[in-house]
Ligand binder design. Structure first.
Ligand SMILES: NC(=O)c1ccc[n+]([C@@H]2O[C@H](COP(=O)([O-])OP(=O)(O)OC[C@H]3O[C@@H](n4cnc5c(N)ncnc54)[C@H](O)[C@@H]3O)[C@@H](O)[C@H]2O)c1
Ligand SMILES: [Fe+2]
Length: 387
């Protein structure tokens, strides 16, 4: 219940979400005149598909599925334009971060007009000023935490990935339904658990950290580190162990970073996704150990990481705990088959291109949140170490 006290999103935790349940939520949000629109992707997901078929028997719903990883402005604008003449008053995003972020953008642009591209970047010409509809988000990965964050991530027409943040991007209701994450395949489980772990750690090694965000981040990091391995194993065996715990852990990490923003891992990850379309969680896992090593030069960050390690491995000397936590992450990364080098990603990167590609991460506001200041030389050395 602690989570509920620090976010404006109502969080509903459940094993299953039936069509009748969602129908009630739609009525609660939109009343007698409810006109819901569901944004999801087109990949099959049996639990969601069954539920939507049932829901269609109960009421008229618009279902739009122009959603792809790292949502692009043009795809979102196709959905917005298709809805302009419809009296939509409830937007529902069901899926991973890409579906939930697309739903956030559809609600924002339908309410404020114009083109999503104009809302992105530091020279944006449009601002979010209102939201005329309710927003319900239902994650099927665990995950981005987007169901409780006030940001969405979009690829602009220039190909750059931008974070668009505003309190009006925050969902009214988030439904954490375990059934939707039970069948997550191993590769997606691996990448999305590391995304959630990155959120928790980036909230800790953050210039905007406060005692409250530290508490949320430590608690979520412990929960994620405890359950990510059972969740990965259940992606291989189908037992379902760790799934609901990971769903909650990822959500809690989302509440944390929604207050601080993310930091160096995410700033660097955006370049990997822009240049080579590396999936978000894999792109985060890629530099996590390097940024960890960099940030433990900050004494306060060491203390916080030792607290996470202490909760997992028992009391001990701070240096030992911080090293043990790093070892644990490296072991899990290896077990999950995640990449350590550009060679593992099948990317050929020449040292001479590092600055041209990665220096732009230094202009990203996320990089400025990192507790240890990052400059061109640090970025160059870090990336060179991964070739
Ligand atoms: N808004 C935020 O706060 C926030 C935070 C972190 C990341 N993001 C963004 O979210 C996006 C990544 O989201 P993601 O990692 O959740 O992945 P995703 O939404 O891009 O989905 C990845 C793949 O997983 C599949 N998938 C989703 N749920 C599944 C399930 N239950 N079973 C089987 N397959 C399933 C999808 O169909 C897709 O093929 C990126 O664009 C990233 O930048 C947003
Ligand atoms: Fe992320």
């Amino acid at each position: 219940m602690f989570e509920q006290a620090i976010t404006s999103t109502k969080i509903i935790k459940t094993g299953q979400l039936s069509a009748a349940d969602l129908d009630k939520l739609i009525f609660y949000c939109g009343g007698e005149q409810a006109h819901p629109c569901i944004i999801t992707d087109s990949n099959p997901l049996p639990s969601r598909d069954r539920m939507l078929n049932e829901l269609r028997k109960k009421r008229q719903v618009e279902v739009l599925n122009r959603v792809f990883p790292d949502p692009k402005v043009d795809d979102i604008m196709v959905m917005v334009n298709g809805l302009k003449e419809k009296p939509v008053n409830v937007v529902i995003g069901i899926g991973g971060g890409s579906s939930m972020d697309s739903a956030k953008a559809v609600a924002a642009v339908l309410s404020n007009g114009g083109d999503l591209n104009d809302y992105l970047g530091t020279d944006a010409t449009r601002k979010i000023e209102k939201r005329d509809m309710k927003l319900i988000l239902i994650p099927t990965t665990a995950g981005t935490g987007s169901e409780v964050t006030k940001v969405g991530v979009y690829t602009s027409r220039s190909g750059r990935k931008y974070t668009l943040g505003h309190p009006l991007m925050q969902a009214d209701i988030a439904v954490l339904a375990t059934e939707y994450v039970l069948g997550l395949p191993p590769a997606i489980t691996a990448s999305t658990t590391f995304d959630a772990l990155s959120h928790a750690l980036e909230t800790l090694w953050n210039r905007n950290a406060t005692p409250l965000t530290d508490r949320v981040a430590i608690e979520s990091a412990v929960r994620i580190l405890k359950w990510m391995e059972p969740a990965y194993e259940s992606s291989l065996t189908g037992t379902g162990e760790g799934r609901s715990e990971m769903l909650e852990g990822a959500c809690m990490a989302g509440i944390g970073f929604s207050m601080t923003g993310t930091a160096a891992v995410h700033a660097l990850s955006f370049i990997l996704s822009e240049e080579w379309h590396v999936p978000h969680g894999i792109a985060c896992a890629f530099t996590l150990e390097d940024v960890y090593r960099m940030n433990i030069s900050d004494g306060n960050t060491r203390k916080k990481l030792a607290q996470v390690a202490g909760a997992l491995f028992g009391k001990g000397d701070e240096d030992r705990l911080v090293a043990t936590l790093l070892d644990r992450m490296l072991t899990l990364k290896k077990k999950f088959g995640l990449p350590f080098t550009f060679r593992d990603l099948h990317i050929e990167l020449d040292e001479s291109r590092i600055s041209a590609l990665f220096d732009k991460s230094l202009d990203d506001p996320k990089m400025k949140n990192n507790i240890v200041p990052v400059d061109k030389r640090i970025v160059f050395e870090l990336i060179r170490g991964k070739i």
